[in-house]
Design a protein around this ligand. Structure first.
Ligand SMILES: NC(=O)c1ccc[n+]([C@@H]2O[C@H](COP(=O)([O-])OP(=O)(O)OC[C@H]3O[C@@H](n4cnc5c(N)ncnc54)[C@H](O)[C@@H]3O)[C@@H](O)[C@H]2O)c1
Length: 385
């Protein structure tokens, strides 16, 4: 079955998704074969350049026109958060399947509207929490399900970056609340929340703190992904999101969680890491060594106890059998290839896919609870929202 794709956004995530559509059918043998039909962006020259590089058949400069096209089966949203809702609801009404980048929405109200729209349209829907599809994290899930670390007591996660530590780094859209929704919390914290829900379970209550260390920045003249240029004129604008957010959580199953998301950790580029401690053992993951999972089991003989490093490149490891011989590692881009493979299979076989908009809503509940707890300086139960 062919799946005609319309991709909105052509920069950082636009390229990551384009690469995934291009590569996926060459390695996996999918029943659902994506066709790179149309890529859409507002700047015709920019979108044409990306279209030519990756081999998209056509370009559009209006997402409204794209969503109305009868020949498109799947709408993929890699534009900033402020347009996710409008595009997703229009796409659902037009009967398209949807892949939407994270965080799902600007706030919980929007996320719930989006979930309602896709459910009533009966289309497949997925949120781009790509790290679930890093083989080491998928292996962690399998080990946890098999009871390898027993009852979970602790989930300890950090997502650390340093790309805005320079106070002269310009005011890109990620630092503007009306476009991004929130800062490090919704950008980095959202990934940690999704990983925690995937591996540990639902959140019960949270309490957080946040800070905006640099309150004004030069206006940007150009931006893409995590890079940007400031203008000649040193005009400044207000940073309206959090630079760093930390929070504590209690999970419904009794586990305790601690979370830290910051863009102010010099030397940390994309340090997405967690440790899970359970009654029978522990697991450690760090994206900068994403082909490894550290695992310790209390069942090991005492003299040989401690962490072992599992290189997740054996054919038995999740997603790996289609790639290279053991030991020949894979990278960040493969998480998107795996995501798109699973989505296309779900469309072709008419089977459920996760993480979907329901997971997007559950993540958004936690984001909103953390923000409320910071505003009101108190613990917030998820059930309050
Ligand atoms: N899964 C991940 O790990 C991950 C990583 C980075 C970004 N993201 C998410 O992806 C989304 C985009 O981030 P990015 O880093 O690719 O941003 P970016 O700035 O690199 O690219 C944004 C793209 O959206 C386009 N765009 C903006 N407004 C538009 C509109 N109204 N209509 C059509 N196109 C529009 C821009 O032209 C650009 O092509 C965000 O939601 C972000 O949170 C996810």
């Amino acid at each position: 079955m062919y799946i005609n794709v319309g991709l909105i956004g052509y920069k950082f995530m636009g390229k990551a998704h384009s690469h995934a559509y291009l590569d996926m059918p060459k390695f996996f043998k999918p029943k659902g074969i994506p066709v790179m039909k149309v890529i859409c962006g507002r700047d015709e020259a920019g979108v044409r350049e990306t279209a030519n590089i990756f081999g998209w058949q056509e370009i559009e400069t209006s997402w409204e026109r794209l969503v109305e096209r009868k020949d498109i089966d799947l709408i993929d949203i890699t534009a900033p958060t402020n347009v996710h809702k409008e595009i997703a609801i229009s796409a659902a009404k037009a009967g398209k399947h949807i892949l939407c980048e994270k965080p799902l929405a600007m706030n919980l109200k929007e996320a719930r509207e989006m979930l309602k729209a896709v459910e009533s349209a009966g289309v497949k829907h997925m949120v781009g929490f790509n790290y679930r599809r890093a083989p080491a994290i998928a292996l962690a899930k399998k080990l946890i399900q098999e009871g390898a670390i027993g009852k979970i007591y602790h989930f300890r996660a950090v997502y650390l970056q340093d790309w805005i530590v320079d106070p002269n780094f310009p005011l890109v859209w990620r630092l503007q609340k009306d476009i991004a929704g929130s800062g490090s919390l919704g950008d980095l914290g959202a990934h940690l929340i999704d990983i925690a829900r995937f591996l540990v379970g639902e959140f019960e209550e949270v309490i957080g703190m946040s800070e905006t260390f640099v309150k004004e920045r030069p206006l940007a003249v150009s931006m893409t992904g995590l890079s940007a240029k400031a203008g000649e004129v040193k005009e400044k604008g207000e940073v309206t999101v959090d630079d760093a957010t930390l929070f504590l959580a209690r999970f419904s199953n009794g586990a305790l969680g601690s979370f830290e998301a910051t863009r102010f950790a010099p030397g940390r580029k994309n340090y997405n890491s967690f440790e899970i401690n359970g009654s029978e053992g522990s697991i450690i993951f760090n994206l900068e060594r994403m082909n490894e999972l550290m695992f310790c089991s209390r069942k090991d003989p005492e003299e040989a106890s401690g962490f072992r490093t599992i290189l997740v490149t054996e054919p038995v490891h999740p997603y790996i059998s289609v790639w290279w011989p053991p030991g020949h590692i894979i990278g960040y881009e493969h998480t998107f290839i795996h995501e798109i493979y699973d989505l296309c299979e779900a469309i072709a076989n008419d089977t459920p896919i996760e993480p979907n908009f329901y997971d997007g809503v559950k993540c958004q509940e936690v984001l909103e609870a953390v923000e409320l707890s910071i505003r009101e300086r108190r613990w917030v139960k998820i059930s309050e929202l």
